[in-house]
Write a protein that binds this ligand. Structure first.
Ligand code: COA
Length: 507
């Protein structure tokens, strides 16, 4: 693969994944690339997992702390978790083996806002970073690195780590070159300067990553695909949720609060997000932009038909069909996509300035608009907060969406009190379920409760919520945000005990 590694010094450091992994020892803090299953190292973590397994078999304890951009894939998170090779993991994850261990209490997990990770590393909050393992698409003649399908925290990992291992993945399209905008102007308080992004397509950085060649101890060549989950067409509930949101946009345009080019979109990934993007494609919108985290299939379609003018993100998250489409028309997409470090894609200052429309999924919301994005019944982690808080608090609009029920209709997504708070009522402007959309802007807590119950709750749970609210308004300790504290989390307790929030024989 000589054309991918164009600097002689880096060519001299080419070695096997096993030899590279030998530089990582027990107790180390290892920062790895990777964001939503894109651009993560694919060979070294697996070689490391094999080492850990051998150490375990010999009765040694070999566990490391793993920092990433966001979720990775079975070859990294899965491989290390299955051999009990991680003692600490941060930030966002979505791997079943990792989740199982976090919830069993054998793996510590720190779930923080994605925009905070790099600066916390710079502040020294995570201690020293021993090794960075970073996937790149190539190494230029001048020794700079062509980023891969995600940028994430790579700039910070390469700067902060004592030693660097590079994986050069020839599977990544060479044409990624030129799509990145890596900003090197960050500083520590009190010396910070404004981040001068005034439009989503503003470039403020460099197309490649810098690395001190003296720190690079190994270069490993790979040819392996990203996780690339297949794309599922949106289901009925997702299409209904998207329909409510698109009606809301039309209403906002009619009221003169938005134009037909809306404001820069931020959208989570998954079924509902794809349905919303699909609806925008059919809705006669023109010249939209996205200032978001992830480019998924739906965004490529919007770019292709001209609905979306450009998209800024930190990562791709494409299906195999999406990759094929991207590769076939890479020159078209390169003109319209920018990938930035996640501290910039999720920067509160920029999100506030641009006025992003934040659209994210949730586990549950309560009648006052507090949102739980991460925990089942208050204690069991699902994935993590990701960038939802970066965008929800700072966006022009913050929208949270979910079907009104889960677990075959046994569990209500609208509850008296959320069992864990990721986004407070102060950060939630709009709640959407397949039942309807509750616009909570300008409403007091009791007004919000009435609207959420009437609009978003499933009819099977609506009378129970109304009954709770009525009694809370009668017997609550105060009437600003009325609650019955002894009962507020009883729905979750019932779910834990019976698998259902319903009362009566069906529960
Ligand atoms: N009570 C209990 N379980 C619930 C639930 C509820 N109220 N709501 C959802 N679940 C369960 C589902 O049953 C499913 O469980 P399973 O995997 O065992 O089948 C799981 O949670 C995921 O739910 P699903 O309906 O598949 O939702 P999703 O794929 O749309 O994801 C979130 C929803 C909230 C988990 C997801 O959006 C997320 O992780 N958000 C946080 C990060 C974020 O917002 N990122 C985007 C910005 S960058």
């Amino acid at each position: 693969m000589p054309e991918r590694i164009r600097h002689p010094l880096f060519r001299d450091r080419i070695t096997s994944a096993e030899e590279a992994a030998a530089a990582i020892g027990p107790g180390m803090t290892v920062a790895m690339s990777g964001f939503t299953g894109a651009g993560y190292p694919k060979a070294v973590p697996q070689a490391l997992a094999a080492r850990v397994e051998r150490a375990n078999a010999a009765g040694e304890r070999f566990r490391i702390k793993v920092l990433t951009g966001a979720s990775t894939a079975p070859e990294l998170d899965g491989a290390l978790a299955k051999v009990e090779g991680m003692e600490l993991r941060l930030p966002y994850q979505s791997d079943p083996a990792v989740r199982e261990r976090i919830n069993a209490g054998t793996l510590d997990y720190i779930d923080i806002h994605l925009s905070h990770v790099a600066q916390h590393a710079w502040f020294g909050f995570f201690g020293a970073i021993d090794v960075a393992v970073v996937e790149v698409a190539g190494i230029r003649e001048d020794g700079s690195l062509i980023p891969s399908s995600s940028v994430g925290n790579n700039k910070t990992w390469l700067d902060q780590a004592d030693k660097v291992i590079l994986e050069v993945n020839a599977w990544q399209p060479a044409a990624l070159d030129g799509m990145h905008d890596v900003y090197y102007g960050t500083a520590l308080p009190p010396d910070r300067r404004p981040i001068l992004i005034e439009r989503p397509d503003d470039r403020i950085g460099e197309p490649s990553l810098r690395v001190d060649p003296d720190k690079v101890i190994a270069v490993v060549e790979t040819h392996a695909p990203d996780r690339n989950s297949p794309f599922n067409p949106p289901d009925a509930a997702s299409r209904q949720i998207a329909g409510h949101l698109l009606d809301f946009f039309s209403h906002e345009i009619a009221r003169g609060r938005l134009t037909r080019s809306l404001l820069p979109l931020q959208s989570g990934v998954g079924n509902i997000a794809n349905a919303v993007l699909g609806g925008l494609a059919d809705g006669g919108y023109q010249g939209l932009t996205a200032y978001t985290e992830v480019i998924q299939d739906g965004m490529l379609a919007l770019l292709k038909n001209g609905t979306l003018r450009m998209a800024s993100a930190t990562s791709f998250s494409l299906s195999p069909a999406g990759i094929e489409e991207f590769n076939a028309h890479v020159d078209f997409y390169r003109e319209r996509i920018l990938l930035r470090p996640q501290e910039i894609s999720n920067h509160p200052e920029v999100i506030r300035r641009l006025g992003c429309i934040a659209m994210n999924g949730m586990i549950e919301a309560d009648i006052y608009g507090n949102v739980n994005s991460t925990h089942i019944a208050g204690s069991r982690i699902m994935n993590g907060i990701g960038g939802s808080g970066d965008f929800a608090r700072n966006g022009y609009l913050s929208v949270f969406m979910s079907p009104s029920t889960a677990k075959g209709g046994q569990v209500s997504g609208i509850v008296p009190m959320v069992s864990h708070v990721d986004h407070t009522e102060h950060d939630t402007m709009v709640l959407v379920t397949e039942q309807g959309l509750a616009d909570l802007r300008g409403l007091s807590p009791r007004q919000r409760a009435k609207r959420v119950i009437d609009t978003c709750a499933h009819p099977d749970f609506r009378p129970m919520l109304q009954d709770y609210f009525d009694r809370a308004c009668r017997d609550g300790h105060g009437l600003h945000t009325p609650h019955l504290l002894g009962e507020a989390l009883s729905w979750h307790q019932r779910m834990v005990e019976t698998g259902s929030m319903r009362t009566g024989p069906q529960g």
